[in-house]
Design a protein around this ligand. Structure first.
Ligand code: SF4
Length: 117
């Protein structure tokens, strides 16, 4: 049997093609999810067109709202807890480490606990 070389690659056999097809089908997005995404995009475009048509202050507010939504999507739960604790103690890391409120719901999740004894 002839060994494959770089200059003459062998053609994939039927089994390989079937396996690859199944893998692609498995990873592809379902039609329902695609439809949902398309509907959301259409709604977003409609709202944007409305905001652009109104223009001025309304458009600026709409863009600010969109930027806030994007920022919220980028925020992880740990980032949110860290921000909340920072605001609670006025941004002093050692105060979060030495927090004296064990009844707080965020107590076990608070950042900067490594300095704790
Ligand atoms: S864990 Fe402590 S620092 Fe964090 S929010 Fe609660 S009381 Fe404030």
């Amino acid at each position: 049997m002839k060994k494959p070389t770089k200059s003459s690659p062998t053609k994939p056999n039927a089994k390989t093609i079937v396996a690859a097809t199944k893998l692609v089908k498995k990873r592809s997005i379902s039609p329902e999810v695609q439809a949902k995404g398309a509907a959301a995009l259409a709604l977003w475009r409609k709202e944007k067109a409305k905001a652009v048509k109104k223009g001025g202050k309304f458009l600026a507010e709409w863009e600010a709202e969109q930027e806030l939504k994007r920022a919220q999507k980028r925020t992880s739960p740990m980032m949110a807890i860290k921000a909340f604790c920072n605001e609670c103690v006025g941004g002093i890391k050692s105060d979060i480490t030495n927090c004296t409120a064990p009844n707080c719901n965020l107590y076990i999740y608070r950042p900067y606990q490594k300095g704790e004894e």
